[in-house]
Design a protein around this ligand. Structure first.
Ligand code: GTP
Ligand code: MG
Length: 200
């Protein structure tokens, strides 16, 4: 079944990485969660794994400051990335982790897919476009995941999806399917699990 990966033994924290030489061996299917600070990356990992405190989430942008690796079964890694854009941390620190983030996204051989998380209230911003362009250049297939769907009105969904679809069309590495999620309301979580479990 598509979700066996998420049911069997589940997920665990492996390590937090602050430099490329700290990365674990590139011997599993790796899926990462990128996005602006506070978009809901850590919360989404918790919803997917069904473990609330697994990845640390908070309302302070810049909560995740390392590349955090989680094992999923014995075949996959889920990777929680520091956010980009504004972060509530010292400039020098933020610059260091942004550089690491970009090196990781551009140069990780086992990275099978990047989920680029987009706040459903805000749509795709210029910084998101920048990251998507980096992924294009590195030939990393990425997919847009809209977060915090519980915060938008049903009538605004079509306009949001149209904006995102239009922007994605400009990125050769973008996978066309857009996933609308709410970690809060558990919306789209099973869809995303199935997607991860059946990645080509
Ligand atoms: P950084 O690590 O700082 O980059 O943030 P992040 O992208 O990991 O975001 P995080 O998961 O820490 O969530 C940020 C805030 O958004 C927290 O207060 C979460 O509770 C909230 N949040 C996350 N997902 C959802 C959601 O689906 N709905 C709502 N309403 N709030 C959410
Ligand atoms: Mg985080």
């Amino acid at each position: 079944a598509a979700h066996r990966l998420f049911a069997s033994g589940g997920a665990d924290f492996l390590k937090g990485v602050v430099a490329m030489d700290g990365l674990p061996p590139a011997d599993r299917v790796e899926i990462c969660f990128a996005g602006r600070s506070n978009v809901g990356k850590s919360s989404l990992i918790n919803a997917l794994t069904g473990r609330k405190g697994l990845a640390r989430a908070s309302n302070t942008p810049g909560r995740t400051q390392e590349i955090n690796f989680f094992t999923l079964g014995d075949s996959h890694y889920l990777v929680d990335l520091p956010g980009y854009g504004f972060a509530n941390a010292p400039v020098a620190v933020v610059e260091r982790w942004q550089a690491l983030l970009k090196t990781y996204l551009a140069g990780r051989a086992s990275l099978r897919r990047a989920f680029v998380l987009i706040d459903a209230r805000h749509g795709i911003k210029p910084v998101d476009d920048e990251i998507m362009t980096l992924l294009d250049r590195s030939a990393v297939t990425f997919q847009a995941v809209l977060t915090k769907a519980d915060k938008i009105k049903a009538k605004d969904r079509d306009a949001l999806l149209a904006q995102v679809r239009g922007r994605l069309a400009k990125h050769p590495a973008a996978f066309p399917e857009i996933v609308l999620t709410s970690a809060e309301k558990n919306e789209g979580i099973n869809t995303l699990r199935a997607l991860i479990a059946t990645l080509p």
